[in-house]
Design a protein around this ligand. Sequence first.
Ligand code: PLP
Length: 355
Amino acid sequence: MLATMARVYDAEWYVLGEELTLFEQEYSTFNQVAHTIGVGNGLEALTLALRALDIGPGDEVLVPSNTYIATWLAVSHTGAAPVPVEPDPATSNLDPSRLEAAITPRTRAVLPVHLYGQPCRMTEIMALARRYYLAVVEDNAQAQGATFEGQLTGSFGITSGTSFYPTKNLGALGDAGAIITNDTALALRLRQLRNYGSDQKNHHQLLGYNSRLDELQAAILRVKLRYLPAWMAQRRQLAAWYNHYLADLPGLRLPVIAPGAEPVWHLYVVHCSQRDALQHHLAANSINTLVHYPVPPHQQPAYATLGLAAGALPIAEALAATCLSLPLWPGMQEDNIATIAACIRCFFGKVSPRN
Ligand SMILES: *Cc1c(COP(=O)(O)O)cnc(C)c1O
């Protein structure tokens, strides 16, 4: 990795160069799509994707009520309104049967989020979007490499955005993101939007941004992309061990996967009504867990203007109050998982591990 970084340093070309071009080709191959556009981060990937589709003031975009706030912010930054739709409480992902009721004459797009690396039910979402002439822009920040009915997430909609934030399944050594699409005209607009509206020096076609994936991050991502399939396999094995060691534990709900979905386990999220107590118990035993996410976007001060009081989106609020992300990263071993599971069983007063 240091040799790669030295190569970029010595090349003395740091923005929009050969490393980015090669990473974009390699990431397109990984995703089985025609075009990748490297950008500054995941939020800007989604914002630019919506902007490229001319989504803006007066438009509405359907978003999950329980996502990370970046999904909503991308919509807000175009001037459009994020319209929250409650998820399926079992999978935490967009519920296609609830989407239709949220569609109005102003609705332009749906922004499904493959939360925790679990694919949404894309076949139904795509059928509904076609029926109402809505664009589908996927938030694939947590799910690179996941599939639904054999097709990679991020490749269903007209375009999708992803993040290479360091903790994501494919992480840079800093901020980075990308947009993928099979639409050549859209890809050109996106290349312009990320670079001051220009794809040719001193010719500015659009009111663009400065959002470019730099050479150093592109070179690092090229190295790490080669390991991604092996890391995905490790994440799947770790999740299978959690499923095994935590099975049949009353009081703890394990992840529920939609039929046809093959997740990549960005996170392994369990649900428990005594979440805070369980988290403290684990912390007291030196097991650090996180909550994704403790406060849904509509309850953040940034979205106070929407006027959505507590109780307005009860599924998102209940999921936020009960979710707990257990440790999961490539390199963990079966005995790490068994130890964590034993500690959780101890919390519920069931000391004997299942075997
Ligand atoms: C990380 C993340 C983003 C934003 O990505 P950044 O690179 O941090 O801007 C957007 N959506 C989801 C679901 C994410 O997990």
